[in-house]
Design a protein around this ligand. Sequence first.
Ligand code: WT7
Length: 632
Amino acid sequence: MLPQIKTLDEYRQQYQASVDDPQQFWANIGAHFNWQRKWDKVLDWNFQDPSIKWYDGAQLNITENCLDRHLPARADQVAIIWEPNDPKEAARHITYGELHASVQRFANVLLNNGVKKGDRVCIYLPMIPEAAVAMLACARIGAVHSVVFAGFSAQSISDRVNDSGCRMIITADGFYRGEKKFELKGIVAAALQSTPTIEKCIVFNHRNLPVKMEAGRDLWWHEEWQKADAENKAATVEAEDPLFILYTSGSTGKPKGVLHTTAGYMVFAAYTFKNVFQYQEGEVFCCTADIGWVTGHSYIVYGPLLNGATTIMFEGVPTYPDHGRFWELIDKHKVNIFYTAPTAIRSLQAFGEDIFADKDLSSLRVLGSVGEPINEEAWHWYHDNVGKGKCPIVDTWWQTETGGVMISPLAGITPLKPAFATLPLPGVELLLVDEKGNEIKGNGVEGNLCIRHPWPGMARSVYGDHPRFKQTYFSTYPGLYFTGDGCRRDEDGYYRITGRVDDVINVSGHRIGTGELEDAISMHGEVIESAVVAYPHDVKGQAIYAYVICDKHIENKDVLYKDIRDHVTQVIGAFARPDKIQIVPGLPRTRSGKIMRRILRKIAEGDTGNLGDTSTLIDPSVVDTIKAEAIH
Ligand code: WT7
């Protein structure tokens, strides 16, 4: 059994050991997994190239660790509980034995359809167990999954499919989220108009929605299932073979295909799950993220299954059929650990405490928060009303690129401080630096958050573009991994994330690059140029404010605004729609042509009293016009 830290002293001692001798520390953790061949060297690295290799020389299959290994003890234990969008529909309970059988069979479906080790497979599915089956089946044969969140547009799918040259895409007819219907197959059909590498599209019939199947390309999941053999021997995969690609936004350019490899990711996902949540044998774990994001990868699928846990997949939304849905779900499935995003907490907070009436939340032992800073008010509401003052909250800071949780309390062990992610996990060596890259030592300080030593779960590259990996994460401060976040270390040495210091916006925990959004808006026929900034929002954390320059006088602005929003939905997805749009005659530019976003941000925040020095602008008068017409 994977080691679990039990006391604060033990945490401190383990942390020290992980810094003093990282190789020995991670060798000890690695010893608790199934390897087809043991590693030659625990770690080989430099942050210059950068090149990071964990457990090099080892061979394994992550699905043997998620599934086969548990069978003697847990074949009949529930691995996945599926809670459907409509609470009147029956939940599904899938045991480890059943999941193992499904993954083997679907692995054979992949093989029968020409997918080979190393091939990329795109997964565009709703929150149904088949999504986990598809991911694990890829891993079973050594194919690389690239899950695309089912809220992304056709354009976003084809961009991602083409970037990594996916050979197959797996989707469903569609699904309902709340009252809303999403017809996935139609969106995929549009995407596949421009994806030359896709040979096969496998369609799971989830809701019996009418779909058009293209002969030769589109295949029904259930028909392929019938044709496939039941048994599949797990492929032999090298430690550093890719496991998955997950696209994420940065401040510039198109989304990056963050690449994770097999052994290090496995060890880190499993270790962090067990220690952060202090998972106990037999407990029910519920993470409300979507598997289209890294949280779903690491803490719905891999982390829980590697630990033999019972994990919930929830298809719906917190507000359907009413605002008590989360609490009903906890009551119904006797959830012990509940992990959600601050946005969800803030959106439910507004409905008062009545939504808890007649719900029994006594099964809860640990609460978690992820994806964005949690404000103190939301923290206390979560702690007092959901946890009834008895459940520790683990505020977990991490990123798509880190693979697993990096800074977090260990539930019930680390003394909490509201809105603080508290302390780094063993193996995570943090430092704060100033703009020039000088380390800011001591406590009671603030700076840019960097990491000085590799950890097993870290991304290894940007798919197909290693120079971009170096440029994005290892060039700002040579020799260090730069997170893009600002951070405070208080008098007790506790860490509090203050938010992105780059041009990345975090709307409801969704990461959106301003550059990407500006490109999408500027592609609209009537827009010449745009600049996007974030402003604080009570529920979403941050919201999007877009300044646009149009090529002619606009008669009906509301029509244009709606049009721009629809356009963004088409290019990226509905979650990236700007909240406020303002037509402006020009943008505040410096003589070197740089847009002064600082000023745009202040105006969006409604803080126009002191805009600072505007003397370097080419045309300072443009600021007055923007200010006068700002939307509040
Ligand atoms: C960015 C990463 C971690 C999985 C989900 C998001 C922000 C994440 C916290 C937290 C404050 C947080 C950071 C980070 N973030 N967790 N507990 N407190 N901020 O993954 O989409 O890769 O986004 O989310 O700004 O850099 P992601």
